[in-house]
Design a protein around this ligand. Sequence first.
Ligand code: SF4
Length: 235
Amino acid sequence: MNTPPADPAAARIGGLTPFSSCDWPGKLCAVVFLAGCPWRCGYCHNPHLLRRQNGETRWPDILHWLQSRTGLLDGVVFSGGEPLQEPALPALLEQTRALGFATGLHTGGAYPQRLRRVLPLLDWVGLDIKTDFGAYPALTGLPRSGEQTETSLHCLLQNNSNFECRSSIHPHWHNEIQLAALARRLAALGVADYHWQQLRPPPSFALPPAPADWPAPQLIEEIAPLFQHFSYREH
Ligand code: SF4
């Protein structure tokens, strides 16, 4: 017996950013944050999005508001938490597209099979690569999390998807030797669009931001030619 489709009105919405120019490179978008994540990264900036619980906004209200944004926004990005944990995500994507918006997804790759199923409904994916795949459990707290992300990456590559990989980095959690090895591995797998972005430690860590000369400019110069697009985002 087939499982009935999840009710989009029951989606657990953790929050909404009405306008963003940096969550989908080159696009003006709204960002819908879906609540719930199976991982527990030590540096998580969104602890309020880890449990599947509603914030103040409901999907029918967002859908109604989106109707007034036609022509003002290029698209809508679904982020989290881990948006693929939301059973109603396919319906949310279908309804968003029906309004004429492009659809994007931020994911850590925890649900490769679900990612495969929603790819036909997506125009772009931002896949977080947290660290070397073998080092994931120490960072996420979950065994097999690195395998899940690696499988998600292969899924995007095999489907010729429009996607970027990005790694949020800080010297407390990453070192330059690991980062260089990870970049070379991603390039060898066929990733064309890869970015490092500065990870700002949450206040509970009482850690300063990364020093201005980290990662070393020479390392960035060495890594950049491996990809069609590579950058270090400091915002
Ligand atoms: S995957 Fe993202 S939302 Fe989930 S625990 Fe890690 S940092 Fe937080």
